[in-house]
Design a binder for this molecule. Structure first.
Ligand code: AMP
Length: 214
């Protein structure tokens, strides 16, 4: 059987996309339409055998794990939360850097509800972090606007990403502990890494070169 020559790359819109496009350009891959503005979810590139799919940031590891995409670019925050070791993570691109922090109100609060409550969308990562320290917390899953939770007494603390710190500050919160340094990584489907090695390895090499020259 002739090996499949096509390559599908999963990207997410937003912060990572803006920084991922120069990486792809460095590897000689240019989408034929602007992924930031088009409504199309499958984009052709200048290379006939390479296409880009646009998915939610949290879905990038899923597409790659199941082989619906051969490779993708995902934040370490998303990868830690996905946490199933079924994709290769061969390259830290060093882009979209930020920190995952535990943040709370400026004054130290006694827990409102006995046990400390932490609101976050990073439920697994937060559970592992506190369990690793033997600290008992109740985790409340939210999908966005985490900063509101301590303000309204829903939680004592939040776990979220911080870049400039402006969002925390604007909501009267301060970073208290760093849980992880975050950057975006290239992830690769394990079977594709074997079956399409001749296409994927040169691409990884070019991306690594791009990173060095940055
Ligand atoms: P900032 O106000 O600059 O600290 O940015 C914080 C907000 O931007 C939070 O809502 C974060 O979820 C989001 N954010 C910051 N950095 C990143 C990143 N590298 N990837 C995804 N979201 C981010």
């Amino acid at each position: 059987m002739k090996p499949d020559a096509s390559l599908t790359i999963a990207l997410a819109k937003g912060r990572i996309l803006d920084e991922a496009l120069p990486v792809l350009a460095g590897a000689g891959i240019f989408p034929t339409q602007d992924p930031g503005t088009t409504r199309k979810l499958i984009l052709a590139t200048n290379l006939p055998h390479v296409r880009i799919i646009i998915v939610r940031a949290t879905d990038v590891p899923t597409y790659v794990a199941y082989g619906a995409a051969d490779l993708g670019i995902a934040g370490k925050d998303v990868l830690m939360e996905y946490n199933n070791n079924v994709v290769y993570e061969p390259l830290d691109l060093g882009i979209a850097r930020c920190r995952m922090v535990l943040a709370g109100p400026k004054r130290t609060l006694q827990p409102v509800h006995g046990r400390l409550r932490v609101a976050t969308k990073y439920v697994n990562t937060t559970r592992d972090y506190f369990a690793g320290q033997g600290r008992q917390v109740e985790i409340i899953r939210l999908y966005g606007s985490m900063e509101l939770a301590p303000v309204l007494g829903l939680a004592d603390y939040i776990v979220d990403l911080m870049d400039t710190g402006n969002t925390l500050k604007a909501n009267g919160l301060v970073p208290l502990e760093t849980i992880a340094e975050i950057s975006s990584r290239v992830i690769v489907n394990k079977a594709a890494m074997k079956m399409k090695h001749d296409q994927i390895q040169p691409l990884l090499d070019k991306m690594a070169l791009w990173k060095k020259g940055k």
